[in-house]
Design a protein around this ligand. Structure first.
Ligand SMILES: *[C@@H]1O[C@H](CO)[C@@H](O)[C@H](O)[C@H]1NC(C)=O
Ligand SMILES: *[C@@H]1O[C@H](CO)[C@@H](O)[C@H](O)[C@H]1NC(C)=O
Ligand SMILES: *[C@@H]1O[C@H](CO)[C@@H](O)[C@H](O)[C@H]1NC(C)=O
Ligand SMILES: *[C@@H]1O[C@H](CO)[C@@H](O)[C@H](O)[C@H]1NC(C)=O
Length: 639
């Protein structure tokens, strides 16, 4: 009797949901706040078709930190024993149980098997569903959102979605749901300049506006070491970091710089720069690796389109020298652009989300349905360089925790393969891109009180690079300070990622000796991932842009400069028959004296002074700037 009643209740419950799945739906993912500029305008039409993609849980991901430490911690017997791409793919390939569970769930909800596909790498399940079907599957509501400045519309669900309890442990994330357009189509890349002409602010879904500081471009180059406080040139970098090195293993070594179309370098700008600072390199170009139809576009010009690429390539090429080729990962075609996911697809075939492309609501889709690049999406087609530098970033709060977790795990996989990944830490101190901060409840906005960390800086498996300056009036041999001109070094504490073991001692020491005076509501004081890891000069770079020398500021400069120095360390190790340095964080936090400790300056933002650069690691300049001879010695001592 009891049993019968129970089964009736059960049957009623099931029919109420119109679904035979036996476990209750549980909340799978939520979004804390909308990215900058997006507002809901109406319910999504129920018959709109969505390319629903279900990212399956990858086995062994819970162990990825220890697997990575095993090949990158200096005390590990396996130091330097990096993995092959095949081993990476094999280790993290979703289980048959996960695939079967998701298929059974979908078919039991009325999505016929003929409508369901599995990606090549076996990590995503795809089905085209109507909004009504997706709302039923995910127990959510879809809305149309509009971007304030560009008018672009985007369908996303309202703050959260749900999965049956027995399915949730097999799924990392579902798209399109809470995730917004994250393509890098414009210029919010944290690069600032001094020049005469203010730059237009292009509408940037997913990004805040750029606010360049303008104090005049330069007529005279001061290429003397006495003037490094006013203008940074390659010689200043060499002097600051004792960076003198003649590469010997350039055939084995590799370094890559990432740019997102329509960002483009200007060939004549490289020659203009080389003429004044590295005359033997006039005519030299980076090795172009176009990802998803990436081309160095020359149709549109302007600081916002050329400044980043010109800066990155002029400094990295001059610093590694003529004999070491620099690879340019030019990502995305001119029509659609691309996101970090498009790059990661190209570098690691196991990451590719779906044959024929990524999620059209977020990533560039190739072949381009909008008339751009007609070739197939790059998927595991590009062998990653040993050191890869990127000067683009989001606010962590722009993205959901699951989205950042999946991408961050991918950086760990590249680390397992022996790749060093550097990202600029952001240029707004403790505030996010464009100066936005967080309200309680994680909504972003101008004038909000709480610190707003940047991503991927907060991913524990990349190396985050902050910015320093030669103080006004100071000599190149004087200690640098945290950058306090035009930009402030991005730094702080993640709201998504726990602290990795390699930085616990350094960060705890900072928190004990110099406890920040801010209320704990303003910054994440729970012991989360702290950034940056290291820093390098980011003020007053002389860069040739569109035929003029400009003074450029930003962690955008610090990252490629650090990459060039680390590439020299790889060269020396490769010459001795050793492995490349790979994921450097566990090693650098254990070194003594390999960095110039920065003890002056702050990273203001959110209406505060931010944190202070102090003795030891700090959330402004990290461990400090490279001391190349000592850094080289430390890495050469490792097996
Ligand atoms: C979904 O629709 C697109 C566009 O019509 C098509 O290319 C794709 O193959 C479909 N996917 C599935 C799983 O049916
Ligand atoms: C750059 O070098 C050229 C050739 O040596 C020289 O004529 C020019 O004055 C230099 N430019 C600046 C701005 O110093
Ligand atoms: C602080 O960071 C941790 C991750 O280490 C996270 O779980 C927690 O929610 C964060 N706190 C806030 C207020 O965001
Ligand atoms: C600290 O930095 C400021 C500039 O931001 C500079 O004026 C001051 O001299 C520096 N102090 C020391 C001790 O380096």
């Amino acid at each position: 009797m009891l049993l019968t009643r129970l089964s009736i209740v059960l049957a009623l419950t099931i029919s109420a949901w119109g679904s035979p799945s036996l476990s209750p739906h549980v909340r799978h993912e939520t979004r804390r706040s909308l990215p900058h500029g997006w507002v809901p305008i109406r319910r999504a039409p129920s018959d709109t078709v969505l390319p629903l993609r279900i990212g399956l849980v990858q086995p062994n991901l819970a162990d990825i930190e220890s697997l990575l430490l095993d090949v990158s911690h200096p005390e590990s017997p396996n130091y330097g024993n990096h993995w092959s791409p095949a081993k990476v793919a094999q280790t993290f390939r979703p289980s048959k149980e996960s695939i079967d569970t998701v298929y059974e769930w979908l078919t039991s909800e009325g999505i016929s098997a003929s409508r369901i596909k599995l990606s090549n790498a076996g990590s995503w399940v795809e089905a085209n569903t109507t909004v009504a079907e997706a709302e039923d599957l995910l127990r959510t509501e879809y809305h149309v959102y509009s971007h304030a400045s560009s008018g672009v519309e985007h369908i996303a669900c309202n703050m959260g979605y749900h999965l049956p309890e027995h399915v949730t442990k097999h799924v990392e994330l579902v798209t399109p749901t809470l995730h917004f357009d994250v393509k890098h189509r414009g210029s919010e890349n944290g690069l600032k300049r001094r020049s005469n002409s203010p730059v237009a602010k292009p509408g940037q879904p997913g990004f805040g506006p750029v606010s360049p500081k303008t104090t005049g471009s330069i007529k005279t180059i001061l290429n003397e070491l006495e003037n490094c406080n006013e203008q940074i040139t390659p010689d200043c970098i060499r002097a600051l970091y004792k960076f003198v090195y003649v590469p010997v293993a350039t055939k084995k070594n590799s370094i890559g710089i990432v740019e997102y179309t329509p960002q483009a370098y200007v060939p004549s700008d490289l020659d203009m720069f080389f003429t004044n600072f590295s005359s033997s390199q006039v005519g030299q170009r980076p090795t172009l690796v176009g990802i998803d139809g990436g081309v160095v576009q020359a149709i549109e010009e302007g600081f916002d389109l050329n400044g980043e690429s010109d800066l990155d390539l002029q400094y990295s090429m001059a610093l590694v020298g003529k004999s070491q080729p620099v690879t340019l990962y030019q990502t995305g075609d001119e029509i659609e652009g691309a996101s970090f996911n498009n790059l990661l697809d190209a570098l690691d075939g196991s990451f590719c989300t779906f044959e024929g492309g990524d999620d059209p609501t977020e990533d560039g889709i190739y072949p381009d349905p909008f008339g751009g690049f007609e070739g197939a999406a790059d998927c595991g087609t590009v062998k990653p360089a040993f050191v890869i530098s990127t000067s683009y970033s989001y606010n962590e709060a722009d993205l959901t925790p699951s989205y950042t977790a999946r991408q961050c795990a991918e950086y760990a996989k590249l680390g397992l393969m022996g790749v060093t990944i550097l990202y600029s830490s952001g240029d707004n101190g403790v505030a996010g891109n464009s100066g936005e901060c967080l309200f309680t409840g994680q909504e972003q906005g101008f004038g909000a009180p709480n610190f707003n960390p940047t991503f991927p800086a907060t991913c524990p498996f990349i190396t985050s690079v902050g910015a320093t300056q030669v103080n006004p009036g100071a000599k190149v041999t004087d200690p640098e300070s945290a950058c306090e001109q035009v930009i402030f070094s991005g730094g702080g504490f993640s709201n998504y990622f726990a602290i990795p073991s390699y930085q616990k001692e350094a960060v705890n020491s900072f928190l004990t000796k110099f406890p920040p005076s801010y209320p704990k509501t303003m910054w994440n004081s729970t012991g989360s991932r702290a950034f940056p890891d290291i820093s390098a000069n980011g003020a007053n770079y002389v860069v040739a842009v569109d035929g003029e020398f400009e003074l450029v500021f930003g962690t955008s400069a610090s990252s490629p400069v650090s990459a060039s120095i680390l590439s020299a360390v790889n060269d020396a190790r490769l010459a001795l028959g050793k492995k490349p340095i790979g994921f450097i964080n566990p090693a650098i936090y254990s070194f003594k004296g390999a960095f110039n400790d920065i003890k002056n300056g702050t990273n203001e933002g959110c209406g505060t002074q931010g944190f202070s650069a102090v003795e030891g690691w700090d959330p402004v300049t990290g461990l400090g700037t490279p001391n190349f001879p000592l850094l080289l010695a430390e890495f050469l001592l490792l097996p």
